[in-house]
Structures are given as structure tokens and as C-alpha cells.
Design a protein around this ligand. Structure first.
Ligand code: SF4
Length: 249
């Protein structure tokens, strides 16, 4: 076993960098609404191969907006469900279609494939470009399909800081009260990508911890990019377990 991955417990997929949102706080900068995405079968096979060798506890999918490519999300989650991986998560902004039939079908597909923790990104930043009524329709369908759902807001400076964005975020969260959806603590925006560009004036105090960095000598999460890059290799070119074996920081 590669000693640098002895604590590998999580697999995550950036399904695509394409996104329907254009958020001022996005750590990845600007997005197109369509683009490269991970191949569903390659991704599902990678989950099976890794889980055969490691005690994987969590499989996570996000983006961009992962539900622009629900087939990829569902293939990954179906594999995770078959393997009885306990946590099967998706982070979505909830806006991938305006068509109610399509929204319902995608929610039902996620339920069938075993998603058991859906984090819905809603806050002042997302709702500058993402229509809340469509997101609420998706949330309703997710509830109807029986998927556990939590709201996942992004906060500027801190959860308690008084600024116009956080005030708007509290309003957005409040508008979900009738739906009885749990609110996660969310995350503090890190000055990277668009956030560094558009919100620089707010990062004059202590910089929050970057939530996206992990110790390269103790990798706990195998993170796949939309082009198949993972741990210094590419899953379209080499077997994932060989990539893991050869990994070095
Ligand atoms: S923060 Fe999320 S929803 Fe907003 S542009 Fe970035 S990836 Fe898209």
C-alpha cells in the first residue's frame, strides 16, 4: 500500500467545470454553461476499483454544476450504493433546467441511484444569477423523492459578520423556512478566483483557512477532475490503482 494514501477514505469528482451560475465568490473564476465532463462509466469503475482496496466512507460529486450531467452523477452514486459506501453526497446550486418534468426526473434519478446527502448552495452570491423559484422547485422534488437535503450557504468574513451579502443570505435562507429544510453551517469564502477579484475589500483581516487544500503526504481524498486527472495521473490513460500505487507528493 502506498504510505501517502494509507488514510484514503473519500472519493470526490468535479463532474464538470461548466456551471449555470456566475458567482462573485466562486473560487474557480468564470464558467461556461457547457463543457468537459467526467465519463460516467470510467468514473463508476474507478469508484469500484478504489473501494475494493480502501475503506471508502464518502463519495462526493460537485462542480461547476454537476447536474448539467446527471448521468455521470447517477453512475457514480449507483456504484457507491452497490458498494454500501455510507455517505453519498452531491453539492448543487439546484439550477440545471427550468423544465418541471426534467427537474422531477433528475431528482428521482438521484434518489434511485442512492444519493443520501444533498447540499443545496443558496445564498446572496448564488442568487445574484440563479433564480430562486427554480431552485425551490428542485428542492421540492428532492424532498418528494425522499433525499435528505440541507442548505449550504457561503458566508463573507464570518457567519456573524454584518455585511450586505450576509444580510441577503439570511433573507434567502429565511425564505426556505416553510419547507422545513435543515441549514448547514456552510462555508466561509476564501479569497481565490472570483472572490479575490470581486470581494478583495473584505479580506483585510485574518484570511480564513483554505478548505480545499490537503496534506500531499497524507492524502485522504482521491479527487478527480472533469478531464480524468487524479493524483498526478489520468484515469483515462492508466488504471486507477496503478495511479495510486505510483503516487508521490
Ligand atoms: S460558486 Fe458554484 S454555482 Fe457559483 S459559479 Fe461557482 S461553481 Fe457555479
Amino acid at each position: 500500500m502506498n504510505p501517502y494514501l494509507k488514510n484514503l477514505r473519500k472519493i470526490e469528482f468535479v463532474i464538470t467545470n461548466a456551471c449555470t451560475g456566475h458567482c462573485k465568490h466562486c473560487s474557480e473564476g468564470d464558467h461556461n454553461t457547457c463543457g468537459e465532463h467526467i465519463d460516467p462509466q470510467t468514473a463508476a469503475d474507478a469508484v469500484r476499483r478504489i473501494a475494493a482496496a480502501y475503506d471508502i466512507q464518502t463519495v462526493m460529486t460537485f462542480g461547476g454544476e454537476p447536474l448539467l450531467y446527471p448521468d455521470a452523477v447517477c453512475a457514480i452514486m449507483t456504484a457507491a450504493q452497490e458498494l454500501a459506501i455510507p455517505k453519498r453526497q452531491i453539492i448543487t446550486n439546484g439550477y440545471f433546467s427550468k423544465d418541471p418534468a426534467r427537474i422531477r426526473a433528475v431528482a428521482e434519478g438521484l434518489a434511485e441511484s442512492g444519493v443520501n446527502d444533498l447540499l443545496l448552495s443558496v445564498d446572496a452570491f448564488h442568487q445574484e444569477t440563479i433564480p430562486l423559484d427554480v431552485v425551490k422547485l428542485f428542492a421540492t422534488e428532492v424532498q418528494r423523492a425522499g433525499i435528505p437535503l440541507r442548505l449550504q450557504p457561503a458566508w463573507l468574513v464570518s457567519v456573524d459578520h454584518d455585511n450586505s451579502y450576509n444580510r441577503k443570505t439570511r433573507d434567502v435562507l429565511g425564505s426556505f423556512t416553510d419547507m422545513g429544510i435543515a441549514v448547514n453551517e456552510g462555508n466561509i469564502i476564501f479569497p481565490e478566483g472570483n472572490a479575490a477579484k470581486y470581494l478583495a475589500g473584505y479580506f483585510t483581516h485574518e484570511i480564513p483557512e483554505n478548505p480545499y487544500v490537503e496534506d500531499p503526504r497524507d492524502v485522504r481524498c482521491a479527487s478527480f477532475s472533469p478531464n480524468g486527472d487524479v493524483l498526478g495521473g489520468n484515469v483515462y490513460e492508466r488504471d486507477i490503482l496503478e495511479i495510486i500505487r505510483k503516487y508521490a507528493p
